[in-house]
Design a protein around this ligand. Structure first.
Ligand code: VAH
Length: 343
């Protein structure tokens, strides 16, 4: 039986490429990204515009964009708490796919729980009802933060107990379950990936894994970094290149390949100590100190190693950036950002 199952998986997988090319040539999807000015939005828009065309990816948020963002492609105002406004956008721009990035992340959510409830939960209610009404394919990112201290931490499987201790985690478990319910009840094309900490040179957005980004900015600017997590705090991570690759491949995967609507994905796990050891190669004279704060409790309730075997099996997920590549890329990208800002 497993041989047969693997055989049809493999044939399906090879059809995957043919499928995606045929589908795209037919008519590229019109994509709306909400929460577009958060950590992932701008890079995600750039990535998808290379695949589907500049005008087919609309970036949106409630804040003023920079000139660079506006010059890169369509940018509009969209408030995920305004359902009527969202309906108008979907109709006026004939949207096919919705990528819902709007959310308060773990650390900042704990500082403003009522706002996190409004944005992360009421916002989710609006976009999922919108997607149902207009038959959109909807992608919602979830997180390692959707697990809690009762979940196995090493490794954390795709399906296990989920009792998170942050409002961010609670809102993402809610999003996962609501999405799966709308899929089973209404056939909604809901898709969700649980991301680890995503590392990019863009400033992080109030999360617990942000240290792995801030460390590069501080060390290259000041030669010193004070870490708010203990040196041996192990957390799953991935470079933004892998995050966008995973998001795009998953969005294109034919439904018949998907045995789940929610998948873990990851590239690696490391600790602040291990990351610092890699950075020494590029900045021999820097020093790091450790001053754990309330984010340590959040990190201690999260997975240490993420099991993404189901994503690899079902839709060929494969990361491409390991820790050495990640450090090399970040040193280069952050140096460029600092140089650009300073001139
Ligand atoms: C956070 N960066 O720390 C986010 C993410 C995986 C963690 O969800 O909150």
């Amino acid at each position: 039986m497993t041989f047969l199952r693997n055989l049809c998986q493999r044939t399906l997988a090879t059809n995957l490429r043919a499928y995606s090319v045929k589908a795209i040539i037919k008519k590229p999807p019109k994509i709306l990204i909400t929460g577009g000015l958060g950590q992932l939005g701008v890079e995600c828009a750039k990535y998808l515009r290379r695949k589907y065309g500049q005008e087919n990816v609309i970036l949106s948020d409630i804040i003023q964009p920079s000139a660079e963002v506006v010059n890169d492609g369509p940018y509009i105002f969209a408030d995920i708490l305004d359902f009527k406004g969202l309906q108008k956008i979907v109709v006026d721009h004939r949207v096919d796919w919705l990528i819902h990035f709007s959310a308060l992340l773990s650390a900042i959510g704990e500082q403003n729980v009522p706002l996190a409830v409004r944005v992360n939960i009421e916002g989710m209610h609006n976009v999922i009802e919108l997607a149902k009404q207009y038959k959109l394919r909807i992608f919602v990112p979830s997180t390692i933060g959707a697990f809690g201290p009762d979940s196995p931490r090493n490794p954390t499987p795709n399906i296990t107990v989920q009792r998170p201790r942050t409002i961010y985690g609670v809102s993402k478990v809610h999003a996962e379950l609501l999405g799966e319910y709308y899929y089973h009840k209404f056939g909604l094309d809901f898709r969700c990936l649980r991301f680890p900490g995503v590392i990019s040179s863009d400033p992080p957005g109030g999360g617990t894994t942000d240290y792995a980004i801030a460390i590069f900015h501080d060390i290259l600017r000041k030669g010193h970094y004070q870490c708010y997590l203990k040196p041996d705090t192990r957390l799953p991570m991935m470079h933004v290149k892998d995050a966008l690759q995973a998001l795009s491949n998953f969005l294109e995967a034919p439904n018949e390949l998907l045995n789940r609507r929610v998948y873990n994905v990851t590239s690696m796990s490391f600790t602040p100590e291990e990351l610092a050891e890699k950075i020494i190669k590029y900045v021999p004279e820097f020093n790091i100190t450790y001053q754990p704060d309330s984010r340590q409790d959040i990190a201690d309730s999260w997975p240490q190693v993420f099991d993404d075997s189901e994503a690899r099996r079902d839709w060929n997920w494969q990361p491409s950036v390991d820790l050495d590549n990640l450090v090399e890329l970040m040193i280069k990208e952050v140096k460029e950002k600092i140089a650009a800002n300073d001139c």
